[in-house]
Design a protein around this ligand. Structure first.
Ligand code: FAD
Length: 500
């Protein structure tokens, strides 16, 4: 049986775009991308709240083979990143290969024909020899589990689905959450609203960022030979120092231990009121949880119209937020800055997957803990590859992840083509070896400090694992080029239609 497509890619964010470009470069153009939204860019298509911007320098947050000369600032804003995604889709001829406004709602492996049967909404079902999951990780907005959240009579907004038709000027606004999105949105809206009440459960470490418009000299530098490469190298080195080297090599990197002191010095400098400052001071080490990067988040709490509330929320009422001390905080607008479903087994991917013998991927991970060979493939789920899988991401630039995992996937598909194989499956042994290595190396990470228990961090899944790869970007890059292809079994049971 011939599949409808050689490969189906789920998601047209940067991962889906990168995977498609990788397939085209290998001459494997029989693919289709299915995207739930009506545009490309994923995160940067869906998240449009005021102040949204990337947290690492733009020079590192882009494809290495498609470095832009157009960035307006050192840290691009969301609309620029969306424009960059659109530029990539245009330059690499992807628009006509994307089926927009269509959700994948399930995928099941057909063992007889070595292909995936993929259910779409709308659109029935399609078949593909290979399935590449690029459905992201910060994709599905998380709604808070608070009584009465649906009963609020005013306007409710989630940061991940901002409604630009709502004018906040002069309104009383309550915002729940102080994670990375809140860090960006709070300083943006505080000057225009009448009053802002910020409900904080866990404080966030917040560091300044060198966010400035790019000078003419910087733009000229982007155009001279080697200029872009140098900017990228410096940015990537900075990112590497501030996350992978600090978090994964915590026990052997003394620099990481001083980050708390730096964070506290910034708090002292930026927050005037000692009581508010104390409430904003995290009790866990920097790195246990995703930090914020903003120049005016902390000082926003010096404003007369901003109040920080740390008393637990009891319930949401028609008129606002009631806290457990009996106080009512009236509001016209309620902003949920409550993040996303993250490392839940049913979120990566965002749809149910059934492999050999009808086994569910979410069930497999529930039982065996999150694991995937090199973060890409799971035994029992042949012909399926994931860009963001457990223990794939080192936490530096997401683009480094996309390029490494795409390289891994394309190497497998090229081998399948060479061998005329219709089934590609990682061996149990290779998967177990990789998982054991991850477990062995993780003791160096910051996440196992005692204080991380207080961080309420989405890095930890329900098993208490942190499925980030304890390695550097360079190691992940190297391994994507060098992993032994023998770790996969390449077989042919279906009559025809190999990778291509
Ligand atoms: C507010 C915010 C700020 C961030 N800042 C940074 C940063 O500074 N640095 C960094 O490295 N990373 C950052 N990230 C992480 C960011 O998600 C990644 O950098 C990257 O954009 C992820 O790309 P992706 O393509 O894997 O996933 P996404 O961008 O999430 O794209 C996934 C796409 O798949 C689609 N999709 C999902 N499920 C289905 C389905 N079932 N059927 C069809 N389509 C589906 C979605 O609609 C979406 O378009 C940030 C994330 C957020 C939310």
């Amino acid at each position: 049986m011939h599949p409808d497509f050689q490969t189906l890619i789920v998601g047209a964010g940067f991962s889906g775009i990168g995977a498609a470009i990788g397939l085209d470069a290998a001459g494997m153009n029989g693919y289709q991308i299915v995207e739930a939204g009506e545009g490309v860019g994923g995160t940067w298509f869906w998240n449009t709240y005021p102040g949204i911007a990337v947290d690492i320098p733009s020079f590192a947050y882009q494809f290495s083979f498609e470095q832009s000369s157009q960035w307006s600032r050192t840290y691009a804003h969301g609309h620029e990143l969306r424009a960059y995604a659109e530029h990539c889709a245009t330059k690499y001829g992807l628009w006509s290969r994307i089926r927009f406004n269509t959700k994948v709602i399930g995928a099941a492996f057909d063992e007889e024909n070595d292909l995936w049967r993929i259910d779409l909404d709308p659109g029935g079902s399609v078949t593909a020899r290979f399935l590449i999951n690029a459905s992201g990780v910060l994709t599905i907005p998380n709604l808070p589990d608070i009584d009465g959240v649906d009963s609020f009579a005013g306007i409710t907004l989630h940061t991940a689905r901002w409604d630009h038709g709502q004018d906040l000027a002069g309104k009383r606004v309550a915002i729940i959450g102080t994670g990375a999105s809140a860090v960006q949105v709070i300083p943006e809206i505080a000057p225009i609203v009448k009053h802002l009440t910020v409900f904080q459960r866990t404080p966030i470490w917040c560091f300044p960022k060198a966010d400035v418009p790019l000078s003419t000299a910087a733009h000229v530098a982007m155009r001279v030979p080697g200029g872009k490469a140098l900017q990228r190298l410096i940015s990537q080195a900075y990112v590497e120092l501030t996350f992978p080297l600090a978090a994964h090599y915590f026990t052997v990197n003394p620099m990481a231990r001083h980050m708390d002191d730096i964070g506290k010095a910034i708090l002292r400098k930026q927050v005037r009121d000692p009581v508010v400052r104390d409430k904003l001071t995290p009790r866990y080490a920097v790195g246990c949880k995703r930090p914020g990067f903003h120049n005016t988040y902390l000082s926003t709490f010096n404003r007369d119209n901003v109040r920080l509330v740390t008393t637990p929320i009891d319930k949401i009422t028609g008129g606002g937020v009631a806290t457990s001390d009996g106080e009512s905080h009236d509001a016209d607008v309620l902003i949920l800055a409550t993040g996303f479903k993250v490392l839940d087994a049913d979120n990566i991917p965002t749809y149910p997957v059934r492999g050999v013998g009808g086994q569910s991927l979410a069930g497999f991970w529930d039982e065996n803990r999150l694991q995937a060979y090199e973060g890409v493939s799971v035994p029992g789920f042949p012909n399926m590859f994931t860009v963001f899988g457990p223990y794939g991401f080192v936490g530096s630039s997401y683009f480094a992840l996309i390029e490494a995992q795409t390289r891994h996937i394309v190497r497998c598909l090229k081998q399948a083509r060479r061998k005329s194989a219709t089934r590609v499956e990682v061996s149990q042994q290779a998967n177990d070896r990789f998982f054991a290595e991850m477990m062995r190396k993780r003791h160096r990470q910051i996440f196992w400090q005692d204080t991380c228990r207080l961080a309420n961090s989405y890095y930890f899944d329900k098993h208490g694992d942190v499925a980030l790869r304890p390695a550097t970007t360079l190691e992940a890059y190297w391994r994507s080029r060098r992993f032994p292809l023998d770790d996969y079994r390449f077989t042919t049971t279906a009559p025809s239609g190999t990778a291509g």
